[in-house]
Ligand binder design. Structure first.
Ligand SMILES: Cc1cc2nc3c(=O)[nH]c(=O)nc-3n(C[C@H](O)[C@H](O)[C@H](O)COP(=O)(O)OP(=O)(O)OC[C@H]3O[C@@H](n4cnc5c(N)ncnc54)[C@H](O)[C@@H]3O)c2cc1C
Length: 618
């Protein structure tokens, strides 16, 4: 079987047919120069990810057509490079620009969020005095050993030692505690609150070490809270696969099978090949691939569904021993972002390598300090970038951003747009219309990662839950946080200790409608909700799933952080729009993983390298 990666699925190619501490307000413009020493966004709980306020100005441009952000203060600052977007790609652009042009080059990174890292965000929970470090978005470095020489040089320079994870990721954690993959059926949708020790899909497979089903397909079908007819159909699905497709459709050769697969959707397979019509089974199937697919499985082809771990295919092991999914910092890929920041702004934290940074105090007051060669200015939405005069001959670019309601302008010799590519036509004046049209075709899927601090995980242990599919709930899956200890950080080892559980919600649009419509509908539906809605949902989910004698939400949940990414995984645009969209425009070049496209941190870095190399020498 070809080796596949979790993120391969989201570049578009496979989509075929109360306890919360409220965030403080963003710092004012003056404070941007020297943040309050206690300014520390990773410790904020409540609504995070693209937190409230972070997209206000971008949406004013893109949705309301706003172009006037009030009087613009023209700052005297002039940079060699301004980078728009402080995600992995933007940080990498700053890093490689200085590698290429000299470490004395002056670089400003502007980002609309109150923290750097883009999707790579750290969520800290302090539970009964103990720190637990989780992630709010980008989770794990995917196959970093395959990043080639450029990648290995980068990792070495940032102080990231891949061999360290051989021991830092406790691969025996799940077997030691007997934690496997289960399914939670809720009462609202399935008529009974019930946990069955079978995931009914292969989605959980990316969790390295997590045990699989504990019961047979026959038992799992019997135990599902479905009608007899539904149970019978579910068993047919569990025992399905390509051999069944061949037999039912009389496909005697590989060529015939290939043709069939190319012309039929996953839903054709379920409904026609397997004869499924039970609403409960169909619901389980639709929710069975989650963020491997970035959409409900109604939008997938047969092979795409199989590769995304959907229900109805034999067990597949996703990561082989040479490519384990273990390269996870406590804090997820925010650990990667931190390593970039420390490299470029050494005073931000103490430490000799990326591992040291896991527990190091990160001083945000250093990020935008006068005198730094690299400065990171947060809560700053770029609303305009235009050449000073004729783009073909201009010697500089004016970049205008809004911080704390006020507009400021800086100058740059060159600009890398490492922000979401779809917003670029609203920001870059005079962009050729065809290029702007291509950028407007870019798609991103909405996604929500919620991290929940538990005072103990005795109930999870009792039910042997390492990973739970939850087809009836908003969060369609739930898992124990990855068991990674490094840099003095110790993940929970004992069920009596506090831990983080991670819940994933992939919002879908109306079944059967086109992908573009589903993405928009799902995005708006997600953004309509308030923190209380999520809290209520998580309360009902956990109280319904876990045994009452061992778990009580009010008693056992210490904190909740809901990370909403209205613009999550890059899904590209149709045809070659991505390539047309990312062309350099005189002194302005385009990075971000959208410009590949691919929802992958190494892709984000590679796109930064390309964008830096495209900056013309003037
Ligand atoms: C929930 C989630 C989980 C993921 N998990 C993984 C994973 O496990 N492994 C993996 O490799 N990848 C993962 N990814 C994919 C991730 O997108 C990439 O790996 C990578 O982090 C993308 O980096 P980027 O810099 O290209 O984009 P982003 O991280 O999106 O950074 C772009 C930044 O630009 C900012 N910006 C946008 N407009 C403006 C503006 N006008 N002014 C200023 N700033 C602006 C954005 O707000 C953002 O902060 C995940 C993504 C999501 C959403």
């Amino acid at each position: 079987m070809a080796r596949i990666t979790r993120r391969n699925f989201v570049n578009g190619a496979l989509v075929a047919a109360g306890t919360a501490v409220l965030p403080k307000s963003a710092p004012s413009a003056d404070a941007m120069k020297a943040y309050d020493p206690v300014y520390y966004p990773p410790a904020r709980t409540g609504l995070r990810g693209s937190h409230p306020g972070s997209n206000t100005h971008a949406h004013a441009m893109a949705i309301d057509g706003e172009t006037d952000f009030g009087p613009v203060t023209r700052l005297s600052e002039k940079f060699d490079l301004v980078v728009v977007g402080g995600g992995i790609s933007g940080l990498a652009a700053a890093y490689y620009y200085r590698q290429k042009h000299g470490q004395d080059k002056q670089v400003l990174i502007l980002d609309n969020h109150d923290d750097f890292g883009g999707h790579a965000k750290r969520n800290e929970h302090t539970i009964d005095g103990k720190i637990r470090i989780g992630y709010g978005g980008s989770q794990t470095l995917v196959n970093p050993k395959d990043w080639g020489k450029v990648g290995q040089d980068l990792l070495a320079d940032l102080g990231i030692d891949l061999d360290r994870w051989d021991t830092a990721y406790d691969q025996d954690f799940y077997t030691r505690h007997d934690l496997g993959a289960v399914t939670y059926f809720n009462k609202d949708v399935f008529g009974a609150d019930k946990v069955v020790r079978h995931p009914y899909s292969n989605h959980y497979n990316y969790v390295q070490g997590c045990m699989g089903p504990k019961i047979s397909n026959e038992e799992a079908a019997r135990e599902a809270p479905l009608s007899d007819r539904g149970k019978e159909q579910l068993l047919r699905v569990l025992n399905g696969g390509y051999h069944v497709i061949r037999k039912v459709h009389n496909l005697s050769t590989d060529a015939k099978l290939k043709k069939f697969l190319a012309n039929h959707s996953y839903y054709d397979y379920l409904k026609t090949t397997l004869g499924v019509d039970d609403p409960g089974v169909m619901r389980m199937a639709r929710h069975s691939a989650l963020d491997w697919a970035s959409s409900g499985t109604d939008l997938l082809g047969i092979e795409g569904a199989d590769e995304a771990g959907a229900m109805g295919f034999p067990h597949r092991s996703v990561y082989d021993p040479d490519h384990p999914y273990i390269y996870h910092f406590p804090g997820g890929n925010a650990g990667f972002a931190r390593a970039f920041v420390k490299k470029m702004i050494p005073g931000v934290a103490e430490g000799n390598n990326a591992e040291d940074l896991v527990m190091a105090t990160f001083r945000y007051s250093e990020l935008d300090k006068t005198g730094n060669d690299v400065r990171i200015r947060l809560s700053s939405t770029v609303v305009n970038a235009r050449h000073a005069g004729d783009p073909a001959s201009a010697s500089e670019v004016f970049v205008t951003y809004v911080n704390d309601g006020k507009a400021y302008r800086v100058k740059a010799s060159a600009v890398v747009m490492a922000c979401y590519n779809r917003i670029i036509p609203y920001i870059v004046s005079d962009l050729p219309e065809k290029q702007a049209d291509a950028l407007r075709l870019q798609r991103k899927s909405p996604l929500q990662y919620s991290s929940v601090g538990l005072r103990n995980w005795r109930a999870m242990k009792e039910l042997e839950i390492g990973f739970a599919m939850s087809p009836g709930n908003m969060h369609q899956s739930l898992m124990m946080d990855f068991p990674v200890s490094m840099g003095g950080y110790q993940t929970a080892r004992d069920p009596n200790e506090p831990c983080i559980i991670q819940l994933i919600h992939c919002p879908y649009g109306e079944e059967g409608t086109p992908m573009e419509d589903q993405l928009v509908e799902a995005r708006y539906r997600m953004l309509e909700l308030q923190f209380k809605d999520y809290e209520d949902e998580i309360r009902a989910h956990l109280n319904g799933m876990l045994p009452k004698d061992l778990f009580d939400f009010e008693r056992d949940v210490a904190s909740i952080t809901v990370n909403r990414w209205a613009h999550g995984y890059s899904m590209g645009g149709p045809g070659n729009s991505t390539r047309r969209g990312r062309r350099p425009f005189h002194r302005i070049t385009i990075a971000n993983s959208d410009s590949a496209p691919g929802a992958d941190s190494w892709v984000a870095v590679r796109m930064a390298i390309r964008a830096v190399n495209e900056i013309q020498e003037f």
